[in-house]
Write a protein that binds this ligand. Structure first.
Ligand SMILES: NC(=O)c1ccc[n+]([C@@H]2O[C@H](COP(=O)([O-])OP(=O)(O)OC[C@H]3O[C@@H](n4cnc5c(N)ncnc54)[C@H](O)[C@@H]3O)[C@@H](O)[C@H]2O)c1
Length: 260
């Protein structure tokens, strides 16, 4: 089950964000994928891409920040596939602001969008995985949880650091029950988010300027893409990672190792 399996890009453009790339890769490996998104048409675009490759997927609409909607998609996934072996918490996004600019409401909204729902979804899926005798949870953090990456992203950084910490707690607590919990930490990725939101927020709509700025930051001289994130998630979700829990794979082209 992938939460946020659509894409922030426009429907019909076939845009590939992290959640969609994961859904496609997991299906290529034989997983039956429940693609959950608050935009049903975005989830359906993902399932259509999977079906076109001969894979199996189910599109489900839900606002994952609502407990009853999480319960509904967990039940629908169990009804369709009989089990939930993998949970990916991919929903997330940033709102810029430092301590003086961010209102308390904006701060809470960021925590709701990035962290609170991760508790709701794990709380709903853990009993299923315990009953099954195991499972794998993959949570999406960000390098912003570790260091300043340019813009002031105070609430995003703090809430993503919370995702990483929560994941380690779950890893230790549920290790004996065969449930692993790991983190993928992307750096600056060229996902549809760059065009759909960041250009407007940070360069007054100048897409070329935001792309150039982000390409210039990592030592590799370019942003990564959604597939880079998806392959890391695929490994952590797979049986090949059977002895890996509480770990974090940083996918950032060396960004966090670079001196400012
Ligand atoms: N793109 C980057 O550069 C980058 C960098 C670091 C971390 N990340 C993280 O990766 C994850 C995915 O980012 P992305 O940019 O690839 O986005 P994405 O294209 O994977 O889209 C996220 C999806 O979540 C859906 N969504 C949003 N709110 C929802 C809600 N309340 N309920 C259900 N679905 C909802 C959106 O419709 C969208 O389809 C996020 O957690 C983000 O913070 C991204």
């Amino acid at each position: 089950m992938i939460l946020g399996a659509g894409s922030v890009g426009p429907v019909g453009a076939g845009a590939i964000g992290n959640g969609r790339a994961m859904a496609i890769l997991f299906a290529r490996e034989g997983a039956q994928v429940a693609c959950v998104d608050h935009r049903l048409e975005a989830a359906e675009e993902t399932t259509a891409m999977i079906a076109a490759e001969g894979g199996q997927a189910l599109a489900l609409a839900a606002d994952v920040t609502r407990e009853e909607e999480i319960a509904r998609v967990v039940a629908a996934t169990l009804a369709a596939f009989g089990r939930i072996d993998i949970l990916v918490n991919n929903v997330g996004g940033s709102v810029p602001g430092g301590p003086e600019e961010l209102t308390p409401e904006a701060w809470h909204a960021q925590f709701h969008h990035n962290l609170h729902y991760v508790h709701l979804s794990t709380r709903a899926v853990l009993p299923v995985m315990v009953r099954q005798g195991g499972g794998a949870i993959v949570n999406l953090s960000s390098v912003a949880a570790h260091r300043n990456i340019g813009p002031d992203l105070m609430a995003y950084a703090a809430s993503k650091a919370g995702v990483t910490a929560l994941s380690r707690m779950i890893a230790v607590r549920y290790a004996a029950q065969g449930i692993r919990c790991n983190v993928v930490t992307p750096g600056l990725m060229h996902t549809p988010l760059v065009e759909a939101r960041l250009a407007g927020q940070r360069t007054g709509g100048d897409v070329a300027a935001i792309v150039a700025r982000r390409n210039a930051q990592p030592p590799m001289g370019r942003m990564g893409d959604a597939w880079d994130v998806a392959y890391a998630a695929l490994y952590l979700a797979s049986d090949e990672a059977k002895y890996v829990t509480g770990a974090e794979i940083v996918v950032d082209g060396g960004l966090t190792l670079k001196s400012p």
